[in-house]
Design a protein around this ligand. Structure first.
Ligand code: SF4
Length: 399
């Protein structure tokens, strides 16, 4: 499929230093624990920290009580949740316990010192590398680490051991979006933020059960809808809890998202809604993308491919056409598919064609599953990327 690309301006990169990568956050990063000496502690004894369960990244305040338990409350000053927490975050006091956790290093189920454990791991790695080369070892570093920790793990594998064998949970979770972003923008960047959900007049949730998977974002959207009448479209084969706030639910056939969004691109073009000025100045490949999309140039062809009612498709397309402030949220229902990258690009193309990107309340928006998937990606958390989302394969990438 043809893909529109943002073109033109060349990116300039600063020299490779830790400070350039993290800016002020390196200097201001504070250890998060319940220690009485913690610099994150407020005057009333609450320690500021983050819920590590999902990609919303809610700010939490925690306090150890006299009987050794943990009190938890939402951090009202945190920009992700403004004091809200979902049931998982609220239950952190019960789940953050030392019971059943590995508290000291252990080799063959025997407790040992940190020095012995580290020597054991290093020696084993060295032996394997000496015998079979650096590509004989690998790291898998999940989605829960802090960005700084991802950076160090990547530096160790790619800069010191000399192999690219390191992946974060982003491979499993949203490699499709990484590819879609790189094809459309030249790099893996998310162009929206949470505030856009509250500033939009139309929010399209596709492949996303926001009510369950990003509960606090769902609450923010629900509140915005109550305040300003935001229209919500849910595109999902299932009638999920998120449909409780939907003005329109489109239960399309699984895997037919590309037909729906290519049909939307063709519909917008037919009604002269393509933003020619934006397309000419900031994109390339639009005509090719449109040519491919025209396979679904009639509502009937989209209905046949998606199983949706023609009236519902028309309503959706018309709402998109008349609403400049549109946010399209996409998540794992789009990503985790054999055609996930093309699905992502079919969504991004509709936003690029109408110039609905980079403006308040107007953007495509990939929401992640795990807490710090984007942080990992920003410092090279995939086997084919380097930090700052430089590509490992590109010869011009600074090394
Ligand atoms: S929405 Fe996510 S980050 Fe926020 S409290 Fe719930 S699980 Fe934690």
């Amino acid at each position: 499929m043809g893909v529109a690309k943002i073109g033109g301006e060349k990116r300039k990169y600063s020299p490779f230093t830790l400070e350039n990568v993290f800016g002020a956050t390196v200097k201001s990063h504070k250890t998060i624990n319940a220690d009485s000496n913690s610099t994150n502690k407020t005057s009333s004894g609450w320690t500021k920290t983050t819920c590590a369960y999902c990609g919303v990244g809610c700010g939490v305040e925690a306090k150890v009580t006299a009987n050794g338990k943990l009190d938890i409350r939402g951090d009202e000053s945190h920009p992700a949740n403004f004091g809200r927490l979902c049931s998982k975050g609220l239950a952190l006091g019960d789940t953050v316990t030392t019971e059943g956790r590995l508290l000291v290093p252990s080799i063959d189920s025997q407790s040992t010192s940190w020095e012995q454990a580290l020597t054991h791991v290093a020696t084993s790695f060295n032996d394997i590398i000496a015998k079979h080369g650096p590509d004989a070892v690998a790291f898998y570093v999940s989605g829960q680490l802090l960005t700084e920790d991802y950076y160090v793990a990547n530096k160790l594998m790619k800069g010191f051991i000399g192999s690219a064998n390191i992946d974060t949970n982003s491979r499993l979770c949203m490699a499709s979006t990484v590819v879609g972003h790189k094809r459309a923008f030249g790099e893996d960047c998310v162009p929206g933020n949470y505030e856009d959900l509250e500033l939009a007049d139309l929010v399209i949730l596709t492949g996303s059960n926001l009510a369950w998977c990003h509960p606090v974002l769902y609450q923010r959207l629900k509140t915005a809808k109550e305040k300003r009448g935001t229209k919500v479209v849910v595109i999902d084969p299932r009638a999920t809890s998120t449909c409780d706030i939907a003005d329109l639910h489109l239960p399309l056939f699984p895997g037919s998202d590309i037909a729906l969004f290519n049909g939307l691109l063709a519909y917008l073009s037919k009604r002269n809604q393509a933003n020619r000025e934006y397309i000419d100045q900031h994109t390339e490949g639009f005509d090719d993308a449109l040519h491919q999309a025209k396979r679904f140039s009639t509502i009937t062809s989209v209905a046949l491919a998606t199983g949706l009612k023609t009236a519902d498709i028309e309503t959706f397309y018309d709402w998109f056409r008349i609403t400049p402030r549109t946010v399209t949220v996409f998540s794992q229902g789009v990503n985790q598919s054999t055609s996930g990258s093309d699905k992502v690009n079919s969504i991004l193309n509709c936003h690029l064609a109408t110039g609905r990107i980079g403006k308040p309340g107007s953007t495509p928006f990939s929401v992640t599953g795990q807490p710090n998937a984007m942080g990992g990606r920003e410092v090279g958390g995939l086997a084919n990327t380097l930090l700052r989302i430089w590509s490992l394969e590109t010869k011009s990438t600074p090394r």
